[in-house]
Design a protein around this ligand. Structure first.
Ligand code: GLP
Length: 258
């Protein structure tokens, strides 16, 4: 692992994504061991899968218990049936929740569970629940190819709170495979806001693979702009960006050219 010098936010390049995943999983395990009531912010998508695998392993090895921890996911689709397998709640169960001893009532997502739930009220209650839990100790983040954090799509303000959002065309196109066609991808979601995410004590951001190389370069080198929400990350006081060589390709090229 190599720390890049002179970047606007602390950036660590790993030879393989598995090393980055291990680094973050180890940090989370250490945090939960010191503070069993840790409040974790979690993300879905391909990016954090290996971190959850390593947390599962640590739990099996009895290195950590999540019995007193709680979790808040960044986002959830709207307009999917409660038992739809593509809900992020189902995804979290398959990749993490069913493998660890986190009490089910401590695993939160910003979700409507019945058609009677008003999404605006769901979003407000989510903010209140995060506050009541004492705030997020560490938030795990991936970056969308359009720079989104959670579902804070281009144009989201730095001050935004948990709310209902319309999904960006690129976000929906990226999800089309999972949904078996673009026409089946939900158009709306509830997401933590940028302001909500930035209240986490630590932000740990992961980006892997060549498809993230452009957004990683923009995140570090573009002027701060809501057109690429990830450019706001440099404003946080305890943020780290973990990338593999493929995702770092464009920034490494620029560093070499200097
Ligand atoms: C998804 C999620 C984000 C995630 C991002 C990247 O749609 N809402 O939280 O970080 O897009 O996804 P992936 O990790 O699959 O590249």
């Amino acid at each position: 692992m190599k720390r890049l010098m002179h970047t606007c936010l602390p950036t660590f390049v790993f030879d393989a994504r598995a090393e980055a995943e291990r680094e973050l999983a180890d940090e989370i395990v250490a945090l939960v061991r010191t503070k069993p009531e840790t409040v974790l912010g979690l993300a879905t998508g391909d990016t954090p899968v290996g971190v959850y695998r390593d947390l599962h392993r640590a739990h099996v090895a009895r290195a950590v218990s999540f019995a007193r921890a709680s979790t808040f996911n960044l986002d959830e689709y709207l307009d999917l049936a409660r038992d739809d397998p593509r809900r992020f709640r189902r995804w979290m169960e398959a990749h993490l929740f069913q493998h660890i001893d986190l009490p089910p009532e401590n695993a939160h997502l910003p979700e409507s569970t019945s058609s009677a739930d008003d999404p605006v009220t769901v979003a407000e209650r989510y903010e209140a629940a995060i506050r009541a839990a004492g705030g997020l100790d560490l938030q795990v983040l991936g970056i969308g190819r359009n720079g989104h954090l959670g579902f804070n799509e281009p144009g989201s303000s730095r001050a935004s709170r948990t709310r209902v959002v319309d999904l960006h065309p690129l976000t929906r196109a990226d999800a089309a495979g999972v949904f078996g066609g673009l026409e089946h991808v939900p158009k709306r979601a509830i997401t933590m806001g940028v302001g909500t995410i930035f209240e986490a004590a630590r932000l740990r951001v992961l980006a892997f693979g060549a498809r993230k190389a452009e957004i990683v370069r923009r995140t570090l080198h573009d002027p701060m702009t809501s057109a690429f929400v990830s450019t706001f990350l440099r404003e946080h006081g305890d943020v780290k960006l973990f990338v593999d060589r493929e995702a770092a390709a464009q920034i490494l090229d620029e560093h070499r050219a200097r």
